[in-house]
Design a protein around this ligand. Structure first.
Ligand SMILES: N[C@@H](CCC(=O)N[C@@H](CS)C(=O)NCC(=O)O)C(=O)O
Length: 218
């Protein structure tokens, strides 16, 4: 399999972490949707990442659809989403909150990356941050031990850790471990696994995208 997209893209990282946790080998093609659109287009006609090219040549898009497919490749006891019942509903809702936080972060980042400072709309950016804080608040309160659903790691942990870590890098004064201590602990626990630690975006990639300054700050 070939995974198209950089780790800077949290949705791509979601698929990378899933492949790692499920022990599915893959080749990583870290093409950037905005900086290398033609390379991305060779796999993904809408020039979006992630895209996953299967060994038979078929290309899947959309991280949610991709991780659902990947779960179908492994035995039930290894899957990263509960099959049914209240646990599945809870997992789906936690993933929905985490993905919504990431979506707001992506809009905020688009403002930083694509719009000249003089054309940015401060009330939009403040609104995105407020929505993120509300979403992270829900996830912070939902925490169980050691993972969000209890004993086993799930897609809820993957998307939550990725959204929280990404937001903490872009907004280090607002999205912090002090404000969301359970999420900070969850991220620390996840980073003990190479599934997560091997998919951290390069600082140079963040700088090239204008998301952090050259000293690592915003
Ligand atoms: N719902 C999609 C969102 C994918 C997405 O927003 N990808 C971003 C990078 S994180 C992208 O490719 N943006 C460029 C574009 O949409 O034109 C998923 O989960 O895969």
């Amino acid at each position: 399999m070939k995974l198209v997209g950089p780790w800077l893209s949290g949705y791509t990282r979601r698929v990378g972490v899933t492949l790692n946790l499920l022990n599915i080998p893959f080749e990583h093609l870290p093409y950037h949707a905005y900086r290398q659109p033609e390379r991305v287009a060779a796999f993904s006609p809408m020039k979006r990442v992630p895209a996953l090219q299967l060994d038979d040549g078929q290309v899947l898009i959309d991280s949610g659809a991709i991780v659902d497919y990947l779960d179908s490749l492994v035995p039930a006891e290894q899957r990263l989403m509960p099959a049914d019942g209240p646990e599945r509903v809870r997992a789906m809702q936690l993933v929905a909150y985490a993905a919504a936080c990431y979506d707001k972060l992506a809009r905020y980042c688009d403002e930083l990356m694509l719009r000249p400072e003089s054309h940015r709309l401060p009330h939009l950016q403040a609104g995105y941050l407020e929505q993120m804080q509300a979403g992270f608040g829900v996830l912070n309160a939902a925490h169980a031990e050691p993972w969000l659903l209890g004993a086993r790691i799930s897609q809820a942990d993957i998307m939550t850790v990725i959204a929280f870590q990404s937001a903490a890098v872009v907004m280090p004064h607002a999205i912090t471990g002090d404000a969301f201590p359970q999420l900070a602990r969850l991220a620390q626990r996840a980073m003990q696994s190479t599934a997560f630690s091997s998919t951290v975006p390069d600082l140079s990639d963040l700088q090239a995208s204008g998301l952090v300054g050259t000293n690592g700050g915003v």
